[in-house]
Design a protein around this ligand. Structure first.
Ligand code: ADP
Length: 373
């Protein structure tokens, strides 16, 4: 069942001249629809904010200027909402007048014109259809709210679980190391081997939990205007953290000039670190590794890219690799958690950007992401 208040099922009537409002209310009462008369467009807007099933408006009650006011209120409605509006037009008007008015009303979106004089059945069927459509909209709202709630509960669970599991896991790894160190000479090769497997698995799980935590933390990036970060600083910090693996892989790093962008430095650093870390990890043995980092203006965004000369990716998996825990290799081939790109995607999307990869197997990969200016 979905939630809908009484005010969201009512029909608002704006027909202040003559007996129109009263007759309309009577007509609707016979089909058990509650209506509320409003004396002006301002009063209509006030009531619309409370909730509405449909609105019936007499043409003469809404001058062009106020059609705009109504349109601007409608455009501020959430995506699920498209309130139905029935306009009662005067009969016997010139074609030019009718066309002009229809054009003005078209900005209202979900509107129906009914020419007067009309019959009660026409009004009743138009209102019934409008209320039915509006009810579906409220259903969509309810489902959306339930989904958002379930999502947030799940995020909260993942966050708490990864946070709370960190400490006991750390203890398992530390005590395991202690046993190996202090009692190693009393253990046979088999026992030592088994404890080493315990240690490796605990370390792997620690990495998984750290990535899961980073992923859930990326959901808490606040809405609103983000701070300005010097892109060069974020890249420099990422390269610093990857220094040992860059040296080991003998990677050549070519970094273009990076702009100041609207993103927290730690987030930009994390994106670079994950993408450059992957470029190093998924390198080819038979050709030198070159990693190029560039940024350029593309319309209303900065377009950043990290290109490598590595093993490349089959186009079939271009989207899949951004999913959580999605990997194209086993841990024995390449270590990893399958979370790095999911974290990048989550961060980029929280800043209203996009991330994607261009790649062919054996031809290297270019990861691109945008950050709105
Ligand atoms: P992980 O590296 O821990 O597996 P990611 O989410 O960072 O997780 O990457 C997902 C998958 O995408 C990787 O398992 C790998 O198959 C592929 N991938 C990511 N970056 C690259 C790259 N630069 N070159 C080739 N394959 C890559």
């Amino acid at each position: 069942m979905f939630r809908r208040t009484a005010s969201e099922a009512r029909v608002l009537i704006l027909a202040p001249v003559g007996r129109d409002a009263e007759l309309l209310a009577q007509t609707l009462r016979t089909i058990d629809v509650e209506s509320v008369p409003v004396p002006s467009v301002d009063a209509l807007l006030k009531e619309l904010r409370v909730g509405v099933g449909a609105a019936v408006i007499a043409d003469e009650a809404i001058p062009p200027r106020q059609v705009h006011e109504l349109t601007s209120w409608l455009s501020s409605e959430p995506p699920w909402s498209d309130p139905p509006i029935i306009i009662l037009t005067p009969g016997g008007q010139s074609k030019l007048y009718s066309n002009q008015r229809a054009q003005q009303f078209s900005t209202l979106g979900n509107f129906t014109l009914i020419e007067r004089p009309t019959r009660p059945e026409i009004i009743q069927s138009a209102v019934r259809a409008s209320l039915r459509g509006r009810m579906k909209q409220y259903e969509v709202r309810s489902r959306q709210e339930a989904l958002l709630q379930a999502n947030s509960d799940l995020e909260q669970f993942a966050h708490s679980a990864s946070h709370d599991l960190k400490e006991p896991l750390r203890n398992i790894r530390l005590f395991n190391e202690l046993v190996l160190k202090e009692c190693g000479d009393k253990l046979d090769v088999r026992a030592t081997g088994m404890l080493e497997v315990v240690g490796a698995n605990a370390a792997r799980m620690e990495n998984l939990l750290a990535d899961l935590l980073a992923y859930t933390q990326a959901s808490n990036i606040p809405e609103g205007l983000p701070e300005i970060t010097d892109g060069r600083k974020a890249l420099h910090a990422a390269l610093g953290n990857l220094d040992a693996s860059i040296v080991e892989a003998q990677a050549e790093i070519i970094a273009g000039d990076l702009p100041a962008v609207r993103m927290r430095q730690s987030h930009l650093q994390q994106i670079f670190q994950n993408l450059i870390g992957n470029a190093i990890k998924y390198r080819r043995d038979d050709c030198p590794l070159r990693i190029s980092i560039t940024a350029s203006r593309s319309g209303e965004c900065w377009l950043c890219s990290v290109a490598d000369t590595g093993i490349g990716i089959d186009p079939e998996f271009r989207e899949k690799i951004f999913g959580i825990f999605q990997r194209l290799h086993t841990t024995s081939e390449y270590p990893g958690t399958g979370m790095g790109l999911a974290i990048c995607q989550r961060i980029v999307e929280r800043y209203r950007g996009r991330i994607w990869v261009e790649s062919e197997p054996g031809q290297g990969s270019t990861f691109c992401f945008t950050i709105p200016v």
